[in-house]
Design a protein around this ligand. Sequence first.
Ligand code: TXA
Ligand code: MG
Length: 347
Amino acid sequence: MKATFISLENTNDFSILKTVGKEIREGKLVVFPTETVYGLGTNGLDGNAVKKIYEAKGRTSDNPLILHISDLEMLSQIAKNITEIEQKLITSFFPGPFTLILEKTELVPNEVTAGLDTVAIRMPSNKIARELIRYSGVPIAAPSANISGKPSGTMLQDIMEELGNKVDYLIDGGKCDIGLESTVVHVIDEIPVILRPGKITKEELFEVANASVIDKNVFSLCPLSEKPLSPGMRYKHYAPLKPCRLIYSKDSTKMIAKINELIHHYNGHILVISCTEHKNNYDTSYVLDIGSKYDFEEISNNMFSILRKVDTFPVDLVLIEGVSKNGLGLAIMNRLLRACEYDYLEL
Ligand code: TXA
Ligand code: MG
């Protein structure tokens, strides 16, 4: 199957989405932009259609999907018993890069939730995504558009090759604004628990709910003996094929010295993913600039595209500079740790 390509990057005329929406309702697979990352979506109320997503991604069927909605009326069809705190979070963070785990209704097929009695719900702010859902008339089930384990797609060019022959439509909306997947939150005993950090930070959640915590598995791979709050915590993610190591120190001089020491040890066969400010300090010809260390939004925006380039370099090891875990830094470090399969050195 060869996908139909639609470019909506430089237009405000989204009328073509009426046709694509109808196709989604009938169970076709569509890659579409959101403000976080590209999604691989279909009719979220049709279990057989949803099964095709798992096949296309090569995703295990025990890792549930997010239902994307265009308005609050759709929310009431798929979630029930919404508490006061949950309602506050919905009012504050929908639409946007925020996913809330809620009790599901009978309408939500088991294929979406992997048999759980909760469902993950997000209302994207991206106009193309919202119009697509609205025209579909159903919630769109969509994981990030990438083969399982690979970095999420933030530009259509990055994922066309791996998904182009597995889906019916590819919609190009340009580079995603944020570049990191949404913050996933489950409210437990009235406390918002962050299952996956993202653009909406712990501090912002605290302002709305007077409490917020980060689940312990955000910084470690959940052991097989434990049942994680979010099945996604069990899986390796974002990992290039080359071995990667994350190195961080509050003291930049120390961090740069350690990285150079390793470069010499490997006779220069090392790729460094560096911030703009440090990139000229390394004794290797292989350096990728991830963005300014003073601009976490820029780093988020570039991160997945950079991770996708890593395997094209003739090196033995990739060293990645870490950032502080403040604000959006938490989400950046969470993704980088997983890309490095938790090979992390803090000095
Ligand atoms: O920004 C995003 O969230 C993107 C765009 C496309 O919306 N989507 C995305 O989906 O990142 P995905 O499938 O790659 O990640 C969804 C995460 C997974 O880690 C999954 O385990 C978790 O949400 N999740 C889904 N349903 C859940 C549930 N009922 N309880 C706990 N975790 C859940
Ligand atoms: Mg994903």
